[in-house]
Design a protein around this ligand. Sequence first.
Ligand code: PGA
Length: 244
Amino acid sequence: MAGNWKMYKTPAETTSFFEKFRPLVERSEHCEIVICPPFTNLAAAVAAAQGARIGIGAQNLYWAKEGAFTGEVSAPMIVASGCTHVIVGHSERRQYFGETDETVLKRTVAALDAGLTPIVCVGERLEQRESGQTEAVLVVQFQKGIAPLSPEQFARIVVAYEPVWAIGTGKTATPEIAADAHRVLRGQVRTRYGQAAADAVRILYGGSVKPDNARILMAQPEIDGVLVGGASLDANSFANIVNF
Ligand code: PGA
């Protein structure tokens, strides 16, 4: 169960979130919990999550280890901040910041090299869904952004299916629509990496996940977890999703 805070919260707000959130998920041992705040809050989040079963992740990274790349943050820096995870290829990065399948792959490899667990995002835009291209789009994103990984690398990533039309719009994919897309992705995994990898890979659904729809989404055997934006900003709401 992963929370993506996007560009919200200060360090002080981060600390107060964890004060409320920790007791609410103390007994939640059925899942892994990861929260991805902005870079400026990573230190506060790591400190506030210490001793709890809550992983902290960044929302992006650059693939070089260090260098003259003003404004960028590398995987080793994220590790040194105490993070365990990083989101890669979020649709907002693809849409507004020029992220491509090629750069998704570079970032994923850099994250893995540093020992992070990348949460690699794929998903179709509204016009692609409406013109019947959903499967083709997912296949291309998988083939170019994920399939070049070795089996050993692939075994360490988490995949997130986030239909762009469902993100921040209040339009959740129906559990059936989400499960269909997950099946396409799992089929790609099976063809490229084999049945055991297809069984083992965790595919999260993201896009307007809320406390009142988490349970029906999670009831789909194809959906292994969720990547939550807006509803992860409030401690009660995210705890209700975690404890669906
Ligand atoms: P949302 O965002 O839950 O606010 O739709 C999901 C995401 O972008 O990860």
